[in-house]
Design a protein around this ligand. Structure first.
Ligand code: PDD
Length: 301
């Protein structure tokens, strides 16, 4: 039983801000019945978003994939987010957005013209502790049993939940997933490998989510002339990699130091965060400290 608060006190539901205890939706919401919805998690550091607009563009792409109309223009999203952060006291916050197709009689074909359900909550952004960057995490490799539309940030996450459950039962922190022998991603983060100084990144296709952190990492590597290849990465290469990292909005960039009970890497770096990770971590921290200005988050009317 968790004793942690569910989320920060104020949430947004369908046009109104309210305490989480007062937020109610119908059990016939298609999000509840079918997982018929999409979501985003956007990190804010002292009120500044890490690529909030990119997250909102991805939200649009996910909605398009499900043929759900975007209920708000981008300015409205930004103003709702701004107010939510303000009403929860600001600071470092992860904003969670969920849009579902809405409430209807239970029937598989998506009806036209429903009113979308819009829910936002805020959580303290629990940036991983420094020890995590020094010690890294342990993973197990598993076959990627999720669906073939992993590029959609859908709320139907049972595949990921069960894989994560399997890793917990195996005593590991996370999973490294493979489809047809090739690296895809983790349960809720992207993965890159490093071999002989080259960062190897699975391509952005339907088999993985186009992570905002992942794309930022690729951009930072290119800008700083770190060798990088975007291509399919075979299981054999992963097993022999010098370094493995996971990346996401809530985890930032974290080294994997153990895979299937064996240390990742070789020689003096075996089982420890590698030099390329340390470079990337420094670049990421530098970017985070100097987040570029984005459209101002205005308080909503
Ligand atoms: N997960 N891949 C998957 C399957 C994810 O669920 C996520 C994010 C990522 C990383 O994307 P980004 O860098 O944009 O956060 C990759 C979020 C954090 C979650 O579900 O809570």
């Amino acid at each position: 039983m968790t004793t942690q608060p569910l989320c920060l006190p104020t949430v947004y539901l369908n046009g109104a801000y309210m305490p989480i205890e007062e937020a109610k939706i119908s059990p016939l919401d298609r999000g509840f019945i079918f997982g018929d919805g999409v979501y985003e998690v956007i990190p804010f550091y002292a009120g500044r978003g890490l690529r909030a607009v990119e997250h909102l563009k991805r939200l649009q792409r996910s909605l398009d994939e499900l043929d759900i109309a975007n209920p708000y223009p981008i300015e409205k999203w930004l103003s709702v987010i701004g107010t939510l952060i303000e009403r929860n006291g600001g600071g470092d916050i992860a904003v969670y957005i969920q849009v579902t197709r809405g409430v209807a009689k239970r029937d598989f074909p998506p009806p036209q013209g429903l009113t979308q359900t819009v829910f936002l909550m805020a959580n303290k952004l629990a940036t991983p502790k420094p020890e995590l960057y020094e010690n890294g995490i342990a993973c197990v490799s598993l076959d990627d049993s999720r669906w073939l539309r992993c590029h959609v940030k859908a709320t139907a996450l049972l595949g990921a939940v069960l894989l994560k459950h399997e890793s917990t039962q195996a005593g590991a922190d996370e999973v490294v997933l493979f489809r047809d022998g090739y690296l895809t991603e983790s349960s809720a983060s992207n993965i890159a490998a490093v071999k002989d100084g080259v960062i190897l990144c699975p391509p952005l296709d339907n088999l993985i989510l186009a992570g905002i952190t992942y794309e930022l990492m690729i951009e930072l590597a290119r800008k700083n002339h770190l060798p990088l290849e975007v291509r399919r990465v075979h299981r054999r290469e992963v097993k022999k990699a010098d370094e493995l990292w996971i990346m996401s909005s809530t985890k930032e960039v974290v080294p994997i130091v153990k895979l299937d009970d064996k240390p990742v890497g070789h020689g003096e770096n075996a089982g420890r965060p590698g030099p390329v990770f340390k470079q990337m971590r420094a670049l990421f921290n530098d970017y985070k400290r100097n987040l570029p200005a984005e459209p101002v988050l205005k308080a909503a009317e």
